[in-house]
Design a protein around this ligand. Structure first.
Ligand code: FPP
Length: 242
């Protein structure tokens, strides 16, 4: 089983449009799919789930859709916090949170604090998140620490760099799932996905269910992870993989 699963939840709008519904209904149905997925991952022993809820580029959507999403995040947090606590979920929001509405920021702080010591699945919600922005912020912090004399630039390695990312302390995702058939990373976890296996499914996010998650896990289990090295099976031990 993967330790850490990352998900790009795509296709909410298309799901709604296919039913003659407003796009917002797709986002609402998307929340239900996310709740189910979180519960299944927790039950099946996956240690971390990171979901892409709102990217730095999503602000360019129509104003009513953006405000619907912000209100949806608030409502979901208010409504689900008790059950998240009960299920021992540790929730964190990754992204530039200061640009979010103040009410949402307060709810995020409350949820983060109340669940910080929980021992169940780590649930990371990427909100106003952009992979490039995260990398630039990490580079800036390291540059500042170097300029202050806090850190010797020659000692900056991959380990030191990852500790400056929003995912610090989390193992990198083993599996990335993207729904709705798009073969793109879309500025998601650019550093952390370096060696992730990628599973793209045609299923639209609101339709993502236990069968679709099982399919993704079976696909993951069929992969031979090489991390740039050699195949590990004995029969293929002489094969050089680039
Ligand atoms: C992509 O579908 C989906 C989003 C931009 C929003 C995802 C957010 C949720 C499912 C809600 C999560 C809630 C919480 C509290 C974490 P799209 O609109 O890009 O679909 P399309 O490509 O078909 O237009």
């Amino acid at each position: 089983m993967p330790t850490h699963v990352a998900i790009i939840m795509d296709g909410n709008g298309r799901w709604a449009q296919a039913r003659g519904l407003p796009r917002m209904m797709g986002h609402r149905a998307g929340v239900e799919a996310l709740k189910k997925t979180l519960r299944l991952c927790n039950d099946w022993g996956i240690k971390a789930l990171t979901a892409y809820a709102f990217s730095t580029e999503n602000w360019s959507r129509p104003g009513d859709e953006v405000s619907f999403l912000m209100t949806l995040f608030e409502r979901v947090l208010q409504k689900e916090l008790d059950s998240l606590e009960k299920e021992k979920v540790r929730i964190r929001f990754l992204g530039d949170l200061e640009a979010l509405p103040k009410r949402l920021q307060r709810l995020i702080n409350e949820a983060t604090e109340r669940t910080a010591l929980n021992k169940g699945i780590h649930f990371n919600v990427c909100t106003n998140y952009g992979g490039r922005r995260e990398l630039v912020q990490a580079a800036k912090k390291l540059a500042e620490r170097s300029a202050n004399g806090e850190i010797d630039p020659s000692l900056i390695d991959e380990h030191v760099f990852s500790a400056e990312l929003l995912t610090a302390g989390e193992v990198d995702p083993d599996l990335l799932i993207r729904t709705s058939g798009e073969n793109r990373i879309s500025n998601f976890l650019l550093w952390q996905l370096a060696y992730a296996e990628i599973h793209v499914t045609e299923v639209l996010w609101p339709d993502f269910d236990a069968a679709a998650l099982k399919q993704a896990l079976i696909d993951y289990q069929s992969r031979c992870r090489r991390f740039g090295g050699l195949k590990t099976t004995v029969s293929d031990s002489n094969e050089i993989i680039s």
